[in-house]
Design a protein around this ligand. Structure first.
Ligand code: NAP
Length: 475
């Protein structure tokens, strides 16, 4: 663990192992921290806050530039750690490291633009001035599916704003977190500004963040269920909360769209990270006129996706994170088939050629999925494309919006009016129009409804770590 600028063991002396999900083999171990370690990290962050928050924006910016440069220099090394620990193909891991580094660069630049403002008063003898100030110590919790970029997406804006931070990564990917904090240490970030607590049991760390009134903000990326629980508990001290939670993205192929182009886009976004992405399409609405060419192209492309170790050339499908994930995906697929869905391709665990050592599931296409199937409502987090043929375009918005989630959505159309109607009418924080990658450090990412609160990336992501202070001056 990295606490107050030093690598530390857990006070209990306990450690836990990290495993390669493609082979099931242990690949390293880290300290197993608990509430006592979390409090000592909070102590360090609270002690470092006065100095760090009074550094100039240019000083804070400089360490972010250095961290960015180090991350890019270490791109290959970090990508290899990620492929080994999280399982995604090495090309995707390199892309994630670059995406993660982008947040360091973007917030290095934005740190210098935390502007206040003056406001005209109705009184001649009064002046108003608005300052933006850091919220204080931040507690951060991150998931395993994007184990490096989800860390920089929080740490970069927090320290750009002048906050100090304690981060708990997912138990499945502590080695990725350790590698990122190793770079923070080398970037010259002062002791106590960034702290890492690894733990097998997340509860005590979360409880320390929630119970300690010095932690003024909690930022969480993970499941909606845990996010809601944390938000409820955070209310006790009225901590500020940012939540990036689950999704259930609609992917709409309008009657006027090019079905071949849309099928190509779907394969790219649906099977990204083996479907283990919060922005993964989960309901694919295709106009009945296009269903045959769309499914034809999709099947051709999906049958060419190779599963295996992310280090093998040509592999596009890595393992799922664990047995429970495999079971969940298969349960949803079998439920859909039993309730009348047609299995076009896939639909079972992959075991041949040594894949039984890892958690591999065949890329799967289901057709004729309906609203009474579990997969229509629950996030899948696996390589399954559920297709819902539709005839009446007038119902599209109500069908697509019929979910408690509101993160990403996608539309394929060549009709400008339809594009605007759907962009404006979809109740989702992100809408990709003929675009399957509407994400960037410069763009606000986040969800509506039960997909979360707040945004990450862009100026919105920096505002999450800033308080607004009004000064009224009588002169
Ligand atoms: P998760 O089970 O909610 O875990 C996320 C993080 O929360 C992990 O670090 C986990 O620790 C920790 N955690 C679990 N229980 C906790 C508790 N009681 N107190 C404090 N921390 C606790 O989610 P996941 O399975 O890792 O991630 C997948 C989910 O994340 C999906 O729903 C996905 O959509 C969502 N996600 C959202 C975004 C976004 O930007 N909106 C991005 C990526 C992922 P352990 O690992 O030790 O359990």
């Amino acid at each position: 663990m990295f606490i107050n600028g030093k690598w530390e063991n857990a006070k209990s002396g306990r450690r836990f192992q990290s495993f390669n999900p493609a082979t099931g083999e242990p690949i390293g171990e880290v300290p197993d921290g608990d509430g006592i370690d979390a409090i000592s990290a909070i102590d360090a962050a609270a002690d470092a806050f006065p100095d760090w928050s009074s550094q100039t924006a240019y000083q804070r910016s400089q360490v972010l530039y250095t961290a960015h440069a180090l991350m890019m220099e270490n791109l290959d090394r970090l990508a290899k750690i990620m492929t080994e620990e999280q399982g995604k193909p090495i090309v995707a891991a390199r892309n994630e490291v670059k995406y993660g580094a982008d947040f360091l660069l973007w917030y290095a630049e934005e740190a210098k633009r935390i502007y206040g403002k003056t406001i005209p008063s109705a009184r001649a003898d009064q002046r108003f001035m608005v300052l933006r100030q850091p919220v204080g110590v931040v507690g951060a919790i991150t998931p395993w599916n994007y184990p490096i970029s989800m860390i920089t997406r929080k740490v970069a804006p927090a320290i750009a704003a002048g906050c100090t931070i304690v981060l708990k990564p997912a138990e499945a990917t502590p080695l990725c977190a350790k590698a990122v904090f190793d770079m923070f240490a080398k970037a010259g970030i002062p002791a106590g500004v960034v702290n890492l607590v690894t733990a097998l049991e997340p509860g005590p760390i979360g409880a320390a963040f929630l119970g300690d009134p010095r932690v003024r903000k909690l930022t969480f990326t993970g499941s909606t269920q845990i996010g809601k629980m944390l938000a409820r508990e955070a209310a006790t001290h009225l901590k500020r909360v940012s939540l990036e939670l689950g999704g259930h993205a609609p992917f709409i192929v309008c009657r006027d769209a090019d079905p071949i182009h849309a099928a190509k886009g779907l394969v790219l976004v649906k099977f990204l990270n083996t479907g283990q992405a919060c922005i993964s399409p989960n309901r694919i609405y295709v106009h009945t006129d296009l269903i045959d060419p769309f499914i034809g192209e999709l099947s051709k492309r999906v049958s060419a996706l190779k599963a295996g170790s992310g280090f093998d050339p040509g592999v596009r499908i890595g393992p799922l994170v664990n047995d429970a994930a495999l079971e969940k995906v298969d349960r949803q697929v079998q439920d859909a088939i039993q309730n009348g869905a047609e299995l076009v391709i896939g639909g079972q665990r992959l075991r041949e050629e040594g894949l039984d050592q890892g958690f591999f599931y065949a890329p799967t296409i289901l057709n004729h999925v309906t609203a009474d199937m579990t997969i229509y409502r629950e996030e899948t987090f696996g390589p399954v494309a559920p297709i819902i043929p539709y005839e009446n375009g007038d119902d599209l918005l109500s069908m697509a919006n019929d979910t408690s989630y509101g993160l990403a959505s996608y539309v394929y159309t060549q009709d400008l009016k339809k594009a605007f109607t759907l962009f404006e009418g979809l109740n989702f924080g992100i809408v990709g129009i003929n675009d399957i990658n509407p994400t960037s450090a410069a763009a606000p990412f986040g969800g509506m409804k039960e997909s979360g609160l707040g945004r990450e990336g862009a100026i919105e992501g920096l505002n999450e770590y800033l308080e607004t202070k009004l000064g009224g001056f009588s002169i």
